[in-house]
Design a binder for this molecule. Structure first.
Ligand SMILES: [Zn+2]
Ligand SMILES: [Zn+2]
Length: 255
């Protein structure tokens, strides 16, 4: 806690004062880095966060803190399918994914399309995937049927999320559904929140093409910083993709 506080003070925000003798005006610019308290939301059983100067490293074993039919049947968190009509092969396993991001990520001069594999790490520790499947096919009905209530299924590289979680009684943990909860961190270092923003308590109306804007959140102590939201639009039927847009920062590898 102390370390985190120190780290927060060290790089979270600094104020520039420019003062000239002539007009004695003081210009205050608040530059906000990623608020460190957001990392308290990550599942500590799966995710390890380390702060090193102006960099943050996020490591996960990919194992969520919620129930799923994709757990081995002997696992305490295994449940029968709630929404999945079919299941992809394989079970939730132990894996290792690591990404190092800037503690003060910046918007790049051009956006970057996402590719196959992990494009972010969620608060549960499960990687976030985009809206395509292995052969670059957009998610279609047949694939949707394999998602559990968490919006995830298993693939050759393990269990991963594609869509927003379902509103079912079993979903009572940390997953965002039509709210302002933190969803995770994207490969470019920007945080992603649910469909609503804490700054207004409602759906943001000032989002850019990637579903991002600059505002405060529940983690930033009133300071504004750039972050993504799940875009409040149906992708297919009533499903909502977690991230079907380009990254606005510079993506780091999640390996
Ligand atoms: Zn998939
Ligand atoms: Zn927001």
């Amino acid at each position: 806690m102390n370390f985190k506080k120190l780290a927060f003070i060290a790089f979270s925000s600094f104020v520039l004062f420019s003062c000239s003798k002539e007009d004695e005006t003081i210009t205050t610019t608040t530059e906000i880095s990623t608020p460190v308290s957001a990392f308290d939301e990550f599942n500590p059983d799966a995710v390890t966060i380390s702060f090193d100067g102006d960099q943050i490293t996020i490591e996960t074993n990919g194992q969520p803190n919620h129930t799923s039919p994709y757990w081995e049947e002997t696992h305490p968190l295994h449940i029968d399918p709630v929404v999945a009509l079919a299941q992809t092969p394989g079970r939730i396993g132990n894996r290792s994914l690591t990404v190092t991001v800037s503690a003060a990520p910046e918007i790049a001069s051009s956006s970057t399309a996402t590719g196959l594999g992990p494009i972010g790490i969620s608060v549960t520790g499960v990687p976030i995937f985009n809206d395509t499947e292995g052969d670059n096919r957009p998610i279609e009905e047949q694939i949707v049927e394999t998602f559990d209530y968490a919006g995830a299924h298993n693939g050759p590289s393990g269990y991963h999320y594609h869509i927003e979680s379902y509103d079912v009684p079993e979903n009572n943990t940390v997953l965002s559904h039509n709210d302002e909860k933190l969803v995770g961190i994207m490969a470019d270092g920007f945080l992603i929140y649910g469909r609503k923003c804490n700054s207004t308590g409602n759906y943001p109306t000032d989002l850019d093409v990637s579903g991002a804007h600059t505002s405060s959140t529940q983690h930033s102590d009133g300071k504004e910083f750039y972050h993504y939201h799940i875009i409040n639009e149906f992708y297919l039927g009533s499903i909502i993709a977690l991230f079907a847009v380009d990254l606005q920062g510079t993506p780091n590898s999640i390996l």
